[in-house]
Each structure stands twice: as C-alpha cells, then as structure tokens.
Design a protein. Structure first.
Length: 88
C-alpha cells in the first residue's frame, strides 16, 4: 500500500492544494534515497542529507512545526499525518 502513496491522485490533489508554492510549483517532493539533487534548491539538498533510521521516510514541515519518521502504511494514514501540520 505504501507504493500507492506516491502515485495517488488523492495525495497529489491534497499536496497541490495545501503546500506553499514557488511560482506555480507546489513545494513538495518525492525523492529516491539515491537521487542526484544538484538541480534542486539547497533546502531539498539539506532535507535529503538528514539522517534517516529506515526507508521509506517522510519529512513534513509547515514553518513552525514538523515531523520526520517512517512513511505511514497507506494514503489515508499519510493524509491524516499531513493534516496534523496544516491544510484540511
């Protein structure tokens, strides 16, 4: 079920509606642990440099508070976690 989190229309709609945008681009990313990030902003390079205890891992921030830990088991649990830090 975790693999559907990344491809879920429900997840993308939530993120597109609730994440801050730079220009027209919502500021969320899904990265492979081995992704090359030379073309990403420093914030994303810093995020991916943080230590992780397991994979897959999620990092959420809203400018005041946040969470990082294992990715929830499914789309609904992930959306519930995201809603704890902003958005509906």
């Amino acid at each position: 079920e975790q693999s559907t989190i990344i491809t879920s229309t429900k997840m993308r709609e939530y993120l597109n509606s609730n994440c801050i945008k730079i220009g027209n681009t919502p500021e969320y990313r899904f990265f492979d642990k081995d992704a090359q990030l030379e073309n990403e902003s420093q914030i994303w390079r810093d995020v991916m440099a943080r230590p992780r205890q397991s994979l897959p891992w999620i990092i959420i921030g809203n400018g005041k508070d946040g969470f990082e830990g294992p990715l929830p088991k499914n789309v609904d649990e992930t959306l519930a976690l995201l809603r704890m830090f902003g958005g509906q």
